[in-house]
Design a protein around this ligand. Sequence first.
Ligand SMILES: O=C(O)CCC(=O)C(=O)O
Length: 319
Amino acid sequence: MLSNAQIDRFHTEGFLIVENLLDAALVDRLAARVEPLFNGEFETGVYPDEWYWNPRLGLPSASGQMSNVWKSDRTLASVVLSEKIGEICARLGGWSGTRLLSDSLWRKPFGASETTHHQDSMYSFYHQPQEIVVCWIALSHAVPQGSSIEYVRVRIAGRCRKRWRNFTPEAAAIAPDMEQAAKQAGIDRPDVVQLALEPGSCAFHHGHMWHGSGKNLLPNSIRRSLVIAHIPAESQFKPTGAYVEGGYLAGRYKRFGDDTMDESFFPIVHQQTAIDRRFSMPTAAMRSGQWFPDESDRTFCGSDRAIPRAGISGAREIP
Ligand SMILES: O=C(O)CCC(=O)C(=O)O
């Protein structure tokens, strides 16, 4: 599954590239569903939760995005609900199980605008424990200039010489733009790394990881990606009555007086057995030990290391 070195890299860098997560035949099947879906062809008869852009109304160069498309299409569901991906997220997050929070399908043709830098944890406030690990899968060649995902180089606080405690979702909520948030945190020139990923390769990132994508500057190209956001299996909604900024996507499925997250909307995709759980001890120790002493230390900060070349930090150890 994942080596300790990969898990260590994720915790140090905030993201981890895994090459060839999906095989070529599956990627082709997924990619073949993108145009029909944006055209409104929902195989199951269930609409996705969000649907921005369709070929009848949208400008040809506009970005298309759908949320929770797994409900609409079985090919997409086979990957979004994948136990393997859920297990990887559990290993990276140090969880005993994984629950799907949401997916996001992206279609960015030539000329499509940037996705501004943000932290996914800014938009995923309505569950606790408030943790999130995200998998960004390339469904087409993802290259710099072609709107590939890009990360702001960071390190977990415990590993830094200096701690920028303000570089948190809360700070970002005050100053939504990444550079502004970085400046507030004392980071003058945040490093941005643009990934190059083959179709089927992916990057896992921590919910606090600043990321986005540039404009698609490559003529005759459509950049496609599938993004899956996972949370710990035991997650619940925050107690009834709490106002939760950015809680809209998940919050619409909250039942009155009930904090449980309904399996129909937030399915558990992976659950460790009691025997397996022994093997997560080092990760659990990391979470409760020196790396994450408390919630406030779950803060990313800038790195003094060289920007990695895309693709080199991945591994091929996924079965
Ligand atoms: O693929 C992209 O352009 C951005 C995806 C993203 O940042 C997200 O879904 O949160």
